[in-house]
Write a protein that binds this ligand. Structure first.
Ligand code: IMP
Ligand code: MG
Length: 180
């Protein structure tokens, strides 16, 4: 069977909108971390595309590590359970850590990650999320960098998936769940 490339739904953020915002975020991080070698911690799998673009918008020496957590399984609703599927290789002690996340929805994954990573003794720890579900407060969640606030719709593309599909689309789509 030949599967369609594009999801049911419509484009919420175009490739160009995303790329322009990432350039701004990269410039901000470059300014904020002058004289430091930040360690970018990408949260797999959703952040892998964003991480690649963000890193190339930062004009500083950076290092990379990745961790994988699972909170959704294969569905579009949270299970409420977060677990580490792949842990970091690099020691965080004394490092300026920037956690690179695709989307903050309930904030559950983030609060788990923050607690876990802070216990490893980094010099600093900030979050750089591409997407924040509207209605969530960036200040309450302690988010230093946010790309876009988006409506409640489930989204796919630009690294984000539904059941592992659509991660390779350059735009962000709102996914029509009634099609399932
Ligand atoms: P939270 O724990 O509810 O904040 O969920 C965060 C994680 O759930 C993200 O890192 C994503 O992997 C996933 N997620 C949340 N909303 C969406 C969405 O609209 N599309 C795809 N994945 C999502
Ligand atoms: Mg996911």
């Amino acid at each position: 069977m030949i599967e369609p490339l594009k999801p049911p739904g419509k484009i919420l953020l175009s490739e160009q909108q995303i790329q322009e915002r990432i350039v701004q975020l990269g410039q901000q991080i470059t300014k904020d971390y002058a004289n430091s070698v930040p360690l970018l911690v990408g949260v797999l799998k959703g952040a892998f595309v964003y991480m690649a673009d963000l890193a190339r918008a930062i004009a500083l020496p950076v290092e990379f590590d990745f961790m994988a957590v699972s909170s959704y399984g294969n569905a579009t609703k949270t299970s409420g359970v977060v677990r580490i599927v792949k842990d970091l290789d690099i020691d965080l002690s004394g490092r300026d850590v920037i956690v690179v996340e695709d989307i903050i929805d309930s904030g559950l994954t983030l609060s788990y990650l923050r607690k876990n990573l802070e216990s490893r003794g980094p010099a600093s720890l900030e979050i750089c999320a591409l997407l924040l579900r509207s209605g969530r407060q960036p200040n309450e969640l302690g988010l230093k960098y946010v790309g876009f606030e988006i409506p409640p719709d489930f989204v796919v593309g630009y690294g984000l998936d539904v059941a592992e599909r659509y991660r390779n689309l350059p735009d962000l789509w709102s996914y029509d769940e009634s099609s399932e």
